[in-house]
Design a protein around this ligand. Structure first.
Ligand SMILES: [Zn+2]
Ligand SMILES: [Zn+2]
Length: 157
């Protein structure tokens, strides 16, 4: 059964509800995530935008410079500026929710570790975790039902 989860920013102005399980969860070890989050990695839950209900104020989009040149908009609380999710590639139907902003931030486990080429060296991944130097082949790694959900919002891209 789909799990409903709530989360929000630090000051409480932005509150949201995720109405289903995510399609897939990344633990991203790229240098951008480390710099922007001030930590060793970011945990992002990939979910359809229409499965996020905004309960409080809407976050505001802030465009970030990227190495690839691909757009990355971070959606932040207009007051405390905490990032609640990202839009990578200007795909309005898809959100990368920061798992650390959920009220129960440890309830979601990553499905895959990505960009481990820039992993903080003393961070040791648990045995058996799926980990990729950079990225991976979605068709191989995602469960079929998640691929179908992604296709439903983005088509065959
Ligand atoms: Zn806030
Ligand atoms: Zn990253």
């Amino acid at each position: 059964m789909a799990q409903v989860r709530e989360g929000g920013c630090s000051c409480g102005a932005v509150r949201y509800r995720m109405t289903s399980d995510p399609m897939f969860v990344h633990c991203c070890h790229c240098l951008d995530c480390q710099k922007q989050g001030g930590g060793a990695f970011a945990i992002n839950a990939l979910v359809e935008t229409d499965r996020i209900e905004i309960l409080g104020e809407a976050p505001e989009a802030v465009s970030m410079p990227t190495e690839s040149g691909r757009p990355h908009d971070v959606h932040r609380c207009p007051h405390c500026k905490v990032a609640v999710w990202s839009d990578y590639g200007r795909r309005p139907s898809l959100r990368f929710v920061r798992v650390s902003t959920l009220d129960d931030p440890h309830a979601i486990q990553p499905d895959a570790h990505i960009f481990t080429r820039s992993k903080v060296p003393w961070v040791v991944l648990p045995e058996g975790q799926r980990a990729f130097d950079v990225y991976y082949d979605m068709a191989r790694e995602w469960p079929p039902e998640s691929l179908a959900r992604r296709r439903a919002i983005l088509g065959d891209v």
